[in-house]
Design a binder for this molecule. Structure first.
Ligand code: NAI
Length: 398
């Protein structure tokens, strides 16, 4: 029988509990179902669909609006008892099983979304088996590397400051330590590479390919998740390499708007709130911001997990009557995080943190750690253990 172990290296989760992943997907589905149905898109393509924001979006749209979905992601299946694959692999399967039970189409493509071939395969599928067109394209990819499909060159992103080094507190969840980290400034090449990986170029390539293939409905919407943050994380996020990549997405949104003008389409940047994800856990200093922020927001009743946030975005803002835009047209569901009292209290709280108290009742370390564990199927509410064999896991199909 397999033993599922939560193996953490630094702030990266290596272990996975496939049963826990399934339970976590079911919990998110319950969350959406309990909120009831809403009117929205019926045919959705989600690029980066297997975890956190992309998965939450897919769950909200399938179980909230009854949408058929195509999910593209890059995950690994089980190989042997020591290598069970990635959480996203099991999330994809759990999602498909649950969606199919409701009579929904839930097609999983597990491949490199950056390649031309990937785009073509998805287009062929939309034409042959998905009704010919999609009405929403969600771009929720987070990756450390990207191979340019034109040149074959591979770029690696760097999470770094720009100009000056940043020194500040950081957490290591493996050793449960709180320590001072120094983040060096990026070189111009590192900035350019990060924009190449996490900027909007691939989003635009997807939209061009989909438009050219005539698989977008008139009035199509495409969303892309951004983060702007606050003065508490500007030095290493908004003002750093990731901020440059997000600014590039803003620019590419303009290009996509022009591209889609003749079919009345729209590219929407959604500035989302800070949440615990595989991608955000490895951003230096960010977990410290989160354990302060979540504490303040939990006390106020405004803390959200990805499913809560994405469900609110689509149900109440995009397809509801409570959208809030900023001066340049970005959707701003992050306004709860940016609330001035929330930020002032978070700043005050973070300034008091040290090695002794960072994981005490003073902070939301417990919430952050549980949410981080949930991403790999550990500490999941409602989880029931049972014996599983590697053969059983290998038989699960996408
Ligand atoms: P995540 O790491 O949980 O998910 C990334 C997704 O991209 C996964 O489905 C993964 O399989 C897929 N992916 C990665 N490389 C791929 C490839 N080559 N081909 C196909 N699929 C690939 O990331 P998370 O945190 O949900 O981020 C999604 C977006 O939301 C990002 O743009 C991120 O910047 C943004 N965001 C995140 C916030 C946070 O606090 N985590 C806050 C605001 C925005």
């Amino acid at each position: 029988m397999l033993e599922f172990k939560q193996n953490i290296r630094g702030n990266v989760a290596l272990g996975v509990n496939p049963l826990g992943c399934k339970q976590e997907v079911l919990n998110q589905i319950d969350y959406v179902k309990n909120k009831g149905a809403y009117q929205g898109p019926k045919k959705v393509l989600i690029i980066g669909a297997s975890s956190s924001y992309g998965l939450a979006t897919r769950i909200s749209l399938a179980f909230g609006t009854g949408a058929d979905t195509i999910g593209v992601s890059f995950e690994k299946g089980p190989k042997n008892e020591k290598n069970l694959g990635t959480a996203g692999w099991y999330n994809n399967i759990a999602f498909r099983e649950a969606a199919e039970k409701e009579g929904l189409i839930a097609k999983n493509f597990v491949q490199d979304a950056f390649s031309h071939e990937s785009k073509q395969e998805v287009i062929d599928y939309i034409k042959s088996e998905f009704g010919g067109k999609v009405d929403l394209v969600v771009y929720s990819l987070a990756s450390g590397r990207r191979t340019d499909p034109e040149t074959g060159e591979t770029y690696t992103s760097s999470i770094k400051a720009i100009g000056e080094p940043v020194v500040g507190p950081h957490i290591n969840m493996q050793n449960q330590t709180f320590y001072t980290e120094t983040l060096e400034p990026a070189t111009d090449q590192e900035i350019a590479n990060t924009v190449k990986v996490m900027g909007g170029e691939d989003w635009e390539l997807w939209m061009k390919a989909l438009k050219e293939a005539d698989v977008l409905v008139d009035g199509v919407l495409t969303t892309n998740y951004s983060y702007l943050g606050t003065e508490l994380n500007h030095s290493y996020y908004g003002g750093g390499t990731l901020g440059r990549a997000k600014a590039d997405c803003d620019e590419k949104a303009q290009n996509i708007n022009e591209l889609l003008a003749d079919i009345n389409g729209k590219a929407q940047i959604v500035v989302a709130t800070a949440v615990t994800t595989k991608a955000s856990s490895v951003i230096p200093f960010f977990p410290v911001y989160c354990i302060g922020l979540y504490k303040v927001m939990s006390d106020k009743g405004t803390h959200e997990t990805p499913i809560m946030h994405q469900d609110r975005i689509y149900r109440e803002m995009i397809y509801g009557n409570k959208p809030e835009y900023d001066a340049v047209g970005r959707l701003r569901p992050d306004n709860w995080e940016l609330d001035s009292d929330t930020q002032a209290k978070t700043k005050e709280l973070i300034s008091q943190l040290n090695e002794e108290n960072f994981n005490s009742d003073l902070t939301a370390y417990d919430i952050f750690y549980k949410e981080f564990s949930n991403l790999s199927g550990f500490m999941v509410d409602g989880y029931v253990d049972r014996d599983v064999t590697i053969e059983e896991l290998k038989e699960l199909t996408l």
